[in-house]
Write a protein that binds this ligand. Structure first.
Ligand code: GLV
Ligand code: MG
Length: 355
């Protein structure tokens, strides 16, 4: 797979030690725990951008859903203005990456989004997020257009592409989407559009649902009397899709993300949803309100205890022979080549975030 030109060697993943799992292919290993969405045409949100650059990994100027049709041009122009005038935003040296979510490929706005943004702020734009991707052909179209616009603008740093998984067809084609271009940076789950496309009977933007339950089996006493207590347990609506997305991303060496959690007033449930995604392999999530940035930064960073434990396992296995093979007992648990690999994932992530 060709590597995006113009990156320095330190921007790329390296395996840490013998026995580490396959590194992601050579896409920039820049932290992107929170992808913070702002509507560039909303003056209140736009005003917050400069102060957010030091606190968030990614700022994303949203041009698609949630931006009114009669505001599309204003949002695009305002994004150009914000990107040009905000120091520390976007480009190889930016403290926060700059992404944009363009309009969908079947909309009347997307061509103008790309032809306006790339010549004007292509040197700042790190990633273009493409919504409602259905298959590899959508990525091929964006890839070709970006290549033409980059060449015309004389840009030598390729803009990467991120796809939102939010249609049933997109989910069916997830592996080919991930491998459709060397520009592919990652995928996000889009639970709101996906729910609608699947004709799910929900009305929320991500998260759980109080009706999606399993009920505990009835208990009987020794006299054969049925117990009254039948607790129910809420289930995760998104487990299947996240797991499928994570596998496809891992197979192609790109990054998986949970998408939006719409109930800003419920930070606890947001944290739970983000943590499930982190444990399943995601590297980040969207933030729709500044309060969700802190949640994502915390949840998508390994905890001090996890890093400490991971380092102990690595040290214990390296002590015996130093090549990461074999087995040791630590705190009564067996650790071997496979647990070493899991621990290296956490240690590698901690090092990346600390760099
Ligand atoms: C995001 O775009 C979603 O549809 O959930
Ligand atoms: Mg959507």
């Amino acid at each position: 797979m060709p590597s995006p030109a113009g990156r320095s060697a330190k921007d790329f993943f390296r395996p840490l030690a013998v026995g580490a799992p396959e590194p992601l292919r050579e896409i920039p290993a820049r932290p992107s725990r929170a992808i913070h969405f702002f509507d560039p045409s909303n003056p209140k949100m736009a005003a917050k951008v400069p102060q957010l650059t030091g606190t968030v990994d990614v700022l994303l100027g949203n041009l698609e859903d949630a931006v009114r049709a009669d505001n599309k041009v204003a949002a695009r122009e305002s994004l150009v203005q914000i990107a040009s005038s905000t120091s520390g935003l976007g480009g190889p040296d930016g403290s926060a990456q700059l992404w944009t979510r363009i309009n969908s490929l079947d909309s009347p706005w997307v061509l103008d989004d790309l032809t306006r943004l790339i010549p004007a702020i292509g040197d700042k734009l790190d990633v273009v997020m493409v919504p409602k991707v259905q298959g590899a052909e959508d990525i091929a179209y964006v890839d070709r257009l970006l290549a033409q616009l980059e060449a015309k603008a004389g840009l030598d740093r390729p803009i990467l592409v991120h796809a939102i998984l939010e249609t049933a067809r997109g989910v069916a084609n997830v592996e080919e989407i991930c491998g459709a271009s060397p520009r592919m940076q990652g995928l996000s789950l889009g639970p709101a559009d996906l729910a609608a496309d699947r004709r799910m009977k929900t009305t929320r933007v991500g998260g759980g649902h109080p009706g999606y339950l399993v009920r505990q089996d009835p208990t009987t006493t020794s006299d054969g009397v049925l117990g009254q207590e039948r607790p129910t347990y809420q289930q995760d609506l998104w487990h299947y899709t996240i797991a499928r997305m994570v596998d496809a991303c891992a197979m192609h060496g790109i990054y998986p993300y949970y998408g939006p959690f719409g109930d800003i007033s419920d930070p606890l449930a947001c944290e739970d949803q983000f943590r499930n995604a982190f444990l399943l392999g995601c590297v980040g999530a969207w933030s729709l309100h500044p309060s969700q940035i802190e949640i994502a930064n915390r949840v998508f960073s390994p905890s001090v205890e996890d890093i400490r434990h991971a380092r102990r396992v690595v040290a214990a296995l390296n002590r015996q022979g130093g090549d990461g093979t074999g087995a040791v007992m630590l705190d009564g648990k067996m650790e071997d080549d496979a647990s070493l690999k899991q621990c290296l994932v956490l240690v590698e992530l901690a090092e990346q975030l600390a760099a």
